[in-house]
Ligand binder design. Sequence first.
Ligand SMILES: Nc1ncnc2c1ncn2[C@@H]1O[C@H](COP(=O)(O)OP(=O)(O)OP(=O)(O)O)[C@@H](O)[C@H]1O
Length: 382
Amino acid sequence: MTEQTPTPLGEARLPEPRIAPQIALTADHHLDIEGVTKNFGHQQVLKGINLSVGRGATTAIVGPSGSGKTTLLRLIAGFERPDTGRILMDGREVAGETWVPAHKRNIGYVAQDGALFPHLSVGQNVAFGLDRDRFRGRKAVTERVVDLLDMVALDGSYLKRRPHELSGGQQQRIALARAMACEPDVMLLDEPFSALDAGLRVATRRAIGKVLHDAQVTTILVTHDQAEALSFADQVAVMRGGKLAQIGNPFVVYTRPADRATAEFLGDAVILDAWLEGSLAMCSLGAVPVRRPPAQGRVQIMLRPEQIRIAEESRIHGTVLDWDYFGPESSVRIKLPERPADPRVPGGGEVITIRHWNAAMARAGMDLALKVIGEGVAFPAD
Ligand SMILES: Nc1ncnc2c1ncn2[C@@H]1O[C@H](COP(=O)(O)OP(=O)(O)OP(=O)(O)O)[C@@H](O)[C@H]1O
């Protein structure tokens, strides 16, 4: 990292907060949501959603509770009608002026709890979605159901079991097999992994992701889990207060969030007051390069904790306050030195959290040399 002495600048000129353009991943749109709004009574739940999803692509919708994620999914499925705007599948309007009911959209939906029919066996649950014109007779149905179970890494020995005789992860897989039985073009997954424990969650997510990817099913996943969204999807849409705050590939939304709220929602963020001059932000961690500066002068910069490393030597120092041990790494809280007030190097005395693999490196009171790796993201100052 280069460090440089700040020079005076005039008044900061701060533009409006950046909102990332609402982009489509591919030219081959499978699903287009255009200006969709939805009210429940006086409550405006969706406030003009625009989203395009490419054929066979996976989109994760993340956002705080109550931001409208499930409502958007239900509109796509055809369980609710938008108040304004329209939804197109393959360029054909399914909601708007025209209305195509849910059962004619060829969309699969897997809810949080799987919602299997408790009185039916696994085989009967999965067979429920089959096209009986194509699969006639017990033998053909059983063969197809076994194929579908195989797709979700379960075998024919599960056919006769009832849902209550299955683990949570197995129930989710059966729910997916039942949804896949309809051979949907689009699969909507509403927090389908949230009831599972950490290990099972990752395994089930991988298995389901592979099935959907292999079958080239266009998929939308609603999740509360940021890491899940980043690892599962080709495209992440961040929803806040009934609007999409940012849409982009996982790497972009994580490393270049459009605003502070999105940055903090998608993971731990170190946010510092800074003075931006050209593409260098002066702050308590020295001069940090910034990509595409949105403004000059007074800003806030955001770094991910993993960008702040412990160095052998550096002009930047901090004192360890405490740490949390998580096994593979520790989260270390560090107080940066107090400094005399200087408008061109704002801040001083901030407490930041970094991560380090070696817990022995961090003891309360220890002085650490610090360096910043990579670029920061600048947001207009509050
Ligand atoms: N059928 C309905 N009638 C009235 N209000 C509703 C209805 N469905 C949803 N809402 C309201 O719309 C808002 C958004 O709900 P929604 O379930 O879409 O949010 P969400 O982002 O999926 O939340 P969570 O992450 O908690 O599931 C909430 O305030 C909810 O109470």
